[in-house]
Design a protein around this ligand. Structure first.
Ligand SMILES: [Ca+2]
Length: 499
């Protein structure tokens, strides 16, 4: 028995070495599925299929979910673009990579320099690989390192801007903090052009080998611009605002504010003061519907190639977004509003029309795609393949979803609970079945001490300090002195919370 195990191990390693060496022997790749990998930026659970907003219109995402499996309890590993994407593409937790901010890029981290990423796996195996739009965080991969990730890098245009900002906000504002109907024509919007690039890549992909096409949409990330007709889907008079609780932060620890101490995103009170809460909600909805329409164009193009039946489609969003909940807008929190988003798989090996409520992580995408495309498993990855749930959405799953924001702040999400522990030891606990909006922090209630204790065993054991070069949204905390430092400046233990 022992020698059999050793022999199997040998063959697994040999298969991995062949795959990793990029030896696309004809039969090796021809049988493998194609992958259409779709990233969305800052999209929370406001999709028709996730029911996060009662009015949102996302027919294309809903159709994709209906022809595959939707994870209704999927969470990112960090509620911020760069670290979330570094985690997904490396298959490692932020607490293991030490990447918590918008910098550094993944290949600028010494320990990650030679780590084989998700797209690199497919590139090395002889797939035709292509990326357009924002898949890796902008600028995260230096030009000299790009070809090792994807063979071809298509266009990644940013959003053009109107002559003057449209949202009324206090000045000076961050240039991204704007929303409104712009530009006039769909064709002039970055996401339209990104979809067109992905369509062209699908149409021109060689027939004699599988493809991995990655397409990263920019919306609904700010600035929330979309042509007027997308705003017309959401008449202002009938618009429903998200439910918020006055004084919601009275029972969240002071440390919860440190995670988003000073940010470009306006607080709810500022939006109210300037009459911009409704316009922002409307623009976010319009942006989602516009992005969804571009997704529809890409999915139709895939159908038209005749290769849809052999293509795994996976759609995810790097982080969520608050629109007034917990008194803020933006991300950088460990609540569902920042951590929860769409995760949809469709294609060969995936059950149709299923919804899975087991906790899932974006970290699971890497091992799931490896298994679906018959690559050997990678023991160094920290996620777990979702293939059992793609076959049967009720298949058990022992692991919670874990989200980390900056060093040693973690959120643990199971089907029933949300548990948060910050670097200073302060805690939150929510019963998500009774309190899905996380309004009632139960951490101080001794009745739930054993629940807290049970959940805390999932806190990551590895907690890397921010790697050299870490910048933008970096929070550190020194337990000895009790001093928290936000973006290089000490916060002060009794400093007023910025409004
Ligand atoms: Ca993002």
């Amino acid at each position: 028995m022992k020698s059999l195990g050793v022999r199997r191990h040998f063959w697994m390693i040999l298969a991995w070495v062949i795959a990793a060496q990029g030896n696309p022997a004809a039969g090796l790749t021809r049988e493998r599925p194609n992958v259409l990998f779709i990233a969305v930026d800052d999209l929370n659970d406001w999709e028709g299929c996730l029911r996060g907003h009662p009015q949102v219109k996302t027919p294309n995402m809903d159709r994709l979910a209906a022809r595959g499996t939707l994870f209704t309890n999927a969470h990112n590993q960090c509620p911020l673009c760069n670290p979330s994407r570094v985690s997904l593409m490396t298959g490692l937790r932020p607490s293991s990579t030490g990447v918590y901010g918008l910098a550094p890029g993944l290949r600028d981290v010494a320990a990650l320099r030679d780590h084989v990423t998700l797209p690199q796996t497919f590139t090395r195996a002889g797939y035709t690989t292509y990326t357009c739009g924002k898949v890796y965080h902008d600028g995260s991969i230096a030009p000299k390192d790009r070809a090792a990730e994807f063979q071809t890098w298509g266009p990644a245009p940013g959003l053009s801007r109107p002559a003057r900002p449209m949202a009324r906000l206090p000045e000076p504002r961050h240039p991204l903090m704007d929303w409104g109907p712009y530009p006039e024509r769909d064709e002039d919007h970055a996401d339209y052009q990104i979809a067109s690039a992905a369509i062209q890549a699908l149409q021109s992909a060689p027939q004699d080998r599988p493809f991995f096409v990655a397409c990263g949409f920019r919306l609904p990330h700010v600035p929330c611009y979309a042509p007027q007709k997308w705003f017309d889907l959401y008449p202002e008079e009938q618009l429903r605002l998200p439910a918020v609780l006055d004084g919601d932060r009275a029972d969240t620890p002071r440390f919860s504010w440190y995670l988003h101490w000073i940010l470009p995103e306006p607080r709810l009170q500022v939006l109210k003061d300037f009459g911009e809460w409704k316009p922002l909600v409307r623009a976010y909805l319009a942006s989602i519907s516009f992005m969804d329409a571009q997704l529809g164009r890409v999915l139709e193009a895939l159908e038209a190639t005749g290769r849809s039946g052999g293509t795994i489609v996976v759609l995810w969003s790097d982080n969520g977004w608050h629109l007034g909940e917990k008194e803020i807008t933006g991300k950088n929190t460990l609540w569902d509003r920042s951590t929860r988003g769409p995760l949809i798989f469709a294609g060969p090996g995936v059950s149709k029309g299923e919804r899975c409520s087991r906790p899932a992580e974006l970290l699971d995408i890497f091992p799931t795609l490896l298994e679906l495309a018959s690559f050997p498993p990678r023991p160094d990855l920290e996620g777990h393949s979702l293939v059992p749930q793609l076959k049967n959405p009720k298949a058990p799953r022992p692991w919670p979803a874990i989200t980390t924001h900056n060093h040693d702040n973690h959120g643990i999400r199971t089907e029933r609970w949300r548990y948060i522990r910050y670097a200073d030891g302060s805690e939150e606990l929510y019963d998500m079945r009774k309190d899905p909006r996380e309004w009632n922090n139960l951490a101080g209630n001794s009745r739930y001490a054993s629940v807290r204790q049970d959940l805390s065993r999932w806190l990551p054991k590895v907690n890397r300090k921010p790697v050299p070069g870490s910048a933008h949204r970096i929070l550190t905390y020194a337990p000895e002195s009790g001093e928290a430092v936000w973006e290089g400046k000490p916060i002060g233990r009794s400093a007023p919370i910025p409004q």
